[in-house]
Design a protein around this ligand. Sequence first.
Ligand code: TYD
Length: 204
Amino acid sequence: MKGFYLALEGGEGAGKTTVAALLQEVLEKRGERVTLVREPGGTELGDAIRLLVLHSVDMTPWAEAMLFAAQRAQLVNEAVRPALERGEIVISDRSLYSSLAYQVGGRGLPYQDVWQANLLAVGGLIPDLVVVLGVDPEVGRSRQEVPDRIGREHDQFQRRVAETYRQLGAADPERVTVVPAGDDPEAVAKEIADLIDAKRRGHD
Ligand code: TYD
């Protein structure tokens, strides 16, 4: 495929959404066409699932995992794949790597099962690069305004999420990079834009 699929990941309050918007600006100034999406959401179905999974009743870990996978199936098919086919850079605020961190690391579901379910959901389309914004879970949580159902999970859960991101980076360093979130989101955005450039040049 012609475009480039970037996923921004991280625990609660890592500043992904701010960095995503800044990164879009930096890339557009460099002459790139960019599509910005977020999970859960980004489609009509995805927004409905977002309400269900983040702001409604409790559910079993598999029900949660499947709802995240379902909104992802819709988003990848409706927005991500077409943008990549047009040659654009897709910045995705979260991706199937969130399901590995939260539903596998946090909830304890088996890695292979969650990975396979998500691969089926997205037809095998996975991000070219995954940038994890590293932030201390306590600091991140204190930055959150109104935590959702998953953001309210206890500290140990959030620490397991952070540790799983670290392990995902160690297991696949070519694809998954941890970048310290720091206090300067603009610098982080530039750093990520440079990582995308380097990775694309590597593909040529
Ligand atoms: P969001 O409003 O996007 O918050 P954040 O600023 O933390 O990104 O909420 C997403 C929440 O859903 C967050 O707590 C992480 C969780 N989540 C999962 O547990 N699994 C997933 O696959 C995704 C996409 C999100």
